[in-house]
Design a protein around this ligand. Sequence first.
Ligand code: IMP
Length: 423
Amino acid sequence: MSVDLLLGLQWGDEGKGKIVDVLTEHYDIIARFQGGPNAGHTLEFEGIKHVLHTIPSGIFHPNAINLIGNGVVIDPIIFKKELENLAPYNIDFYTKLLISKKAHLILPTHRLLDAASEASKGKAKIGSTLKGIGPTYMDKTGRNGLRVGDVLTKSWIDRYQILTQKHLKMLNFHNVELEYDLSELESQFFESIETLKKCQIIDSENYLHQAQDAGKKILAEGAQGSLLDIDFGTYPYVTSSSTTAAGACIGLGVAPNKIKEVFGIFKAYTTRVGSGPFPTELFDEIGKRIGKNGHEYGATTGRARRCGWIDLIALKYSIRVNGVTQLMMMKGDVLSGIETIKVCNQYKTKKGIYNYFPFDINDESVSPQYIELPGWEEDLTKINSVDKLPKNFINYIHFLERELMTPIKIVSVGPDRKQTILR
Ligand code: IMP
């Protein structure tokens, strides 16, 4: 049986949580493959908004199994809070939620190191969510990390102490003022480890192999966006994991030839939170209007997101890197009432015109070249079928499909599950 994959094509916050929630009824297993609590997946139904950080977005469906894969990094403290927030929904976590033994643990000192590293960078800071993501992946690739399966062994406390001592020395090296109470952080951490231990901690790749043999339908859920990928993103202003399609193979143990559909999600415009290049960023009233109407504030940090026009150079690159087979366009409703919509189809730089996403994307001379399309006045949020969508909005969709050479199969016109139009 094949595995489908869903990921963001921009700088994250495309609306993956909502679409996974909508698609879950067609799947037996939803599996997160990378990232950690830097993610904030927002789901809305029956008038209530839910934000998930580590738990996969299929958790509200009665029948789906939700799996946290080996590629994910878990902060037990945040994980415990997530479980507590979901307590009113009577979800049976002990049967519905599975955790890979190979997923790495975010320790309290990883968070301190993240804060120290950012503070020491000054103006060059990444704009990290400060959840300890970078230092945890550094320990993973440095072969020093602690994994979820380790907490079931006797020697793990010793290994914890050795790693923490090393981190404290590294903190001194950064030479920045940080206020923290490590014993308080550690007491929360060890209490949360006990909660984690009550969950099913498994050899998740073996579970997924057996599930495939049994014909189960699996959806791999990405976090962040392709332009934040450690290799293909706008380095160094990226996250520390592989957010692109190959990350699903690494982060779950799924073979490349088992992946079938690759669902690529993008917003009808672009946003970015944190530092780094963003060629189509708007600094004018339209940018502010998109931010306000789109409620563009980070689900994890509450920071205001930077907003701009859609960028076809970036989208074509992401589609190519991921092998996207179907597109899903989110938040078209936010652009209602803007007279002229701009679409970037080239970058101009000191070195000439670029029709592809270049290494020197961080170069300040990159300036976007635009095509203009007529906007639409109509409110889209109550529309529930394709034939009721305004003509200029349909034109926008057709234009994007032609340029991106990929069909747009879902159009989302609001945050609720119900505000989803299938094409
Ligand atoms: P980190 O992954 O927390 O270290 O953050 C690195 C960069 O990725 C920063 O610019 C963050 O704002 C960005 N980032 C991390 N997670 C997300 C996300 O879920 N949505 C959007 N941006 C994110």
